[in-house]
Design a protein around this ligand. Structure first.
Ligand code: GLA
Length: 752
């Protein structure tokens, strides 16, 4: 709900209120964002009191002697009128490059469920209304519109800005944040998701002190190094921010020496500028914000709900995703129709539903990366073309998927030979390769059109059901002949979105999985077009625990591609067991990535049991409400159906304590106190090297069923069996081992 009363703007979601007003100087002062306010009370209680005479810092004007921009909490900010913090807007206007801007409130309007005429992805507008505040910098005629969209169903507010040049000269935008949030500094912690290839989205916590804390991407894509998600924690609650942008982004939090905090998020100004001519408008990406007084676990639930309801493409959003077998880790480049058929027949027997032909299906001449850009099938591998494989897959009842990397080009391709100008390179400089390949110039409409046509043909000629959209290199050599180069990355990302939008429109039911050398572009921009994103090239289940934990702070498990691969793991060499690999990956869009024709009979049986179980509980595992209950030496995740009558719980011990028996408990906080539950173990296999008391070979784990009051489960937890200590090994002991895990099924039986 959005209300305006005497210059006070109030935005309400079901559990939060956002408040700001027009000050006596005509600026927009931020007052409050947090738990719902019943009564606003006296505005002075929210304002930073500036009724002192302060030396050095400047006043807004002579007419308002005690209004200090440096101290005030603002809805937006610009350089040149005394605000000492990093500002949301900076630019140069006209020939002399005027840098001073001062945006003053002009007018407002409220629109219901409106879509932005923007070339960028933004949240769908179901159940929403938007407050648009127009601010004006009078001397230049530059208009800054602040758009606040309130999602009544999701508890989320989004913010974006539109800059319009109604002056007569050109404006160069140096920076324009999507969102600015000024708060009082009360001792904050920033939580960010940092990493690199194969260790994406590791949780980093930074206590904030006076000064600027920032994360950014300069990679050209949102990057594995720093995800755009940022959480601000303090004792009284958590704020979560995220950005619909897949290019360079920057999030900064400035704690001032005056006891305020300013959050900015948006396009990274260090790799961006934009020339806005008279009469033109510029759109920033949209940013989301959510708040929970109960901390980061709760604000995470809000983010999940929002991504489900308002971000993910509609067709698959609430649908169960198929269990897939991807050829990459099992077959590498060694693909052929015959080999794929063998894999597919075995996959079908295991219960797998989708076969994905990964890299290696297209023509390779001399170059290691093949003829990237041409997307012509390798005839020596597929003499009858891809269509014949797809028909076979469909005949045996499997869906068919294909891997592409549309944004890249190889020097060996015919596309490069005929259109060298499509490759991004600076005149007079040798272009820098990344994974032996180069970027296509997506700022060009003709390139977008060529790519669209190639993808359209590939998908429709062969009737693919699934597409893996990969991107394997960062940016360099920014250049396109007809551009002003500081705009290159913005325009390139818009080109990418245009291509994705065209494909999505043409194939609304196609299941698309994004990928960027694993999870290097896992962001809300991509998730507006792709249904899921490959979590990481690192499929080591013990590493995936951490990657999932970080990712699941902002993104629901249905969009997290998670596969079981060969053990020892191909990247880390680590040994764990297939049941732990299953348990960890089952909380995601699940699949396998290994040579299924090389499995032992025992392994086949293990996989058949996993797949049977996964199908039985897939709805819960993919689409349920996820809770991350513990992450110390013990990991507990749960996922529940809508009324929490069926809950699955993962219990995993990172390092099993074997020297002394330790009481082990399972806590399931989503249980209702007044309800009685039946708790049973999933029947699973123990394949780790066996203690003396047991025969070699796979054994079934301990199996039990308990009737347990909800009050116990959501309190201290129910006790579990002791782990084996090298003595007794019977149905009353559990053999767990390091990173050993169990899945429990918790079902409501009725009231007490
Ligand atoms: C990237 C992806 C992998 C795989 C390979 C193929 O690394 O992340 O999943 O598709 O490319 O080259």
């Amino acid at each position: 709900m959005i209300q305006e009363n005497n210059g006070v703007f109030r935005l309400d979601t079901p559990n939060t209120t956002y408040l700001f007003h027009i000050t006596e100087t005509g600026h927009l002062e931020h007052l409050y964002y947090g738990q719902t306010l019943n009564e606003i009370g006296d505005l002075e209680a929210y304002r930073v009191n500036t009724k002192l005479r302060m030396p050095t810092i400047v006043n807004t004007s002579d007419r308002f002697p005690r209004s200090y921009p440096a101290l005030t909490l603002m809805e937006t900010s610009s350089f040149g009128k005394g605000d000492l913090r990093e500002v949301a807007f900076a630019g140069e206007y006209g020939e002399n490059g005027n840098t001073v801007f001062d945006f003053v409130y002009d007018s407002y309007r409220i629109e219901k469920g409106c879509a932005l005429p923007s070339p960028l992805p933004f949240a769908r507008r179901n159940c929403s209304s938007t407050l648009i505040i127009q601010c004006l910098d009078e001397p230049t005629g530059i208009i800054l519109e602040l758009h606040y969209t309130v999602f009544d169903d999701c508890d989320v507010i989004t913010r974006s800005c539109v800059v319009c040049n109604s002056g007569s000269e050109t404006l160069v935008i140096r920076s324009v944040s999507s969102l600015q949030l000024d708060l009082i500094d009360t001792g904050w912690e920033a939580l960010t998701l940092d990493g690199a290839w194969s260790r994406e989205r590791q949780i980093c916590r930074t206590p904030l002190h006076s000064g600027i804390f920032s994360i950014q991407s300069t990679a050209g894509i949102s990057s594995a190094e720093h995800n755009p998600l940022l959480i601000l924690n303090r004792n009284s609650g958590s704020y979560l921010f995220n950005l619909f942008w897949s290019g360079d982004h920057r999030e900064s939090v400035e704690v001032t020496t005056y006891g305020t905090l300013r959050l900015l998020t948006g396009i990274n100004p260090s790799t961006f500028s934009y020339r806005l001519k008279s009469g033109e408008c510029f759109y920033t990406p949209e940013a989301m914000m959510a708040f929970s007084p109960c901390g980061e676990e709760y604000v995470t639930q809000t983010a999940h709900f929002f991504v489900r309801q308002q971000v993910l493409p509609e067709y698959w959003s609430e649908k169960e995703r198929p269990i897939l077998l991807n050829s990459w880790e099992g077959m590498g480049f060694d693909l052929s129709e015959e080999k794929i058929k063998k894999q597919a027949l075995q996959a079908k027997k295991l219960g797998i539903e989708l076969f994905v032909i990964d890299d290696g299906w297209f023509r390779h001449k001399q170059c290691a990366v093949g003829d990237l850009g041409d997307w012509v099938v390798a005839e020596n591998k597929f003499p009858k073309g891809l269509k014949s494989v797809v028909s076979f897959l469909h005949e045996i009842g499997l869906m068919a998927g294909i891997w592409v990397e549309p944004e890249s080009i190889s020097l060996e391709s015919d596309l490069y030979r005929t259109h060298p100008e499509y490759l991004v390179q600076c005149p007079g400089r040798e272009p820098s390769p990344g994974r032996d390949q180069y970027l296509l110039d997506l700022t060009r409409e003709d390139v977008v059109q060529v790519l669209y046509q190639k993808l359209e043909n590939l998908i429709s000629d062969n009737s693919f059901d699934y597409l893996k959209w990969d991107m394997n290199r960062y940016f360099s050599d920014d250049y396109s002949p007809d551009l002003w180069m500081p705009e290159f990355r913005y325009r390139w990302t818009i080109g990418l979105y245009e291509l994705l939008r065209k494909i999505r429109r043409r194939f609304p039911t196609l299941l698309i999985e994004g990928c960027a050398s694993g999870g290097g572009r896992f962001d809300l921009g991509m998730l507006s077009y792709v249904d899921q994103f490959w979590g990481s090239d690192n499929t080591d289940a013990t590493d995936r625990l951490e990657i999932f934990l970080g990712t699941s702070l902002g993104y629901p498990q249905r969009c997290f591609g998670a596969h079981v691969s060969k053990i020892p793991n191909g990247i880390t060499g680590r040994i764990y067991d297939y049941e732990t690999a299953f348990a960890v990956n089952a909380f995601g869009a699940y699949g396998y990535e290994l040579d299924v024709t090389a499995l032992t009979d025992e392994e086949k049986q293990i996989f058949i049991d996993q797949i049977t179980f996964y199908k039985q509980f897939r709805n819960l595992l993919q689409l349920g409400t996820l809770r991350r209950v513990r992450n110390d030496d013990t990991v507990i995740w749960t996922t529940e159906n809508e009324d929490a009558t069926v809950i699955l719980a993962l219990y995993l011990e990172k390092r099993t304590c074997v020297s002394q028996p330790k009481v082990r408990t399972l806590q399931v906080p989503s249980c209702r106190r007044e309800v009685i539950y039946r708790v049973r173990t999933r029947k699973q296999w123990i394949t780790a090297p066996f203690p003396c008391a047991m025969k070699n070979g796979a054994h079934l784990s301990e199996v039990f069923e308990r009737i347990v009051p909800g009050v116990i489960l959501c309190g201290n937890g129910m006790t579990l069996m002791p782990v084996h200590l090298g003595t007794d090994m019977n149905q009353d002991t559990a053999f767990l081992g390091d990173y050993g895990s169990r899945i429990f099924i918790v079902e409501a039986m009725g009231g007490t």
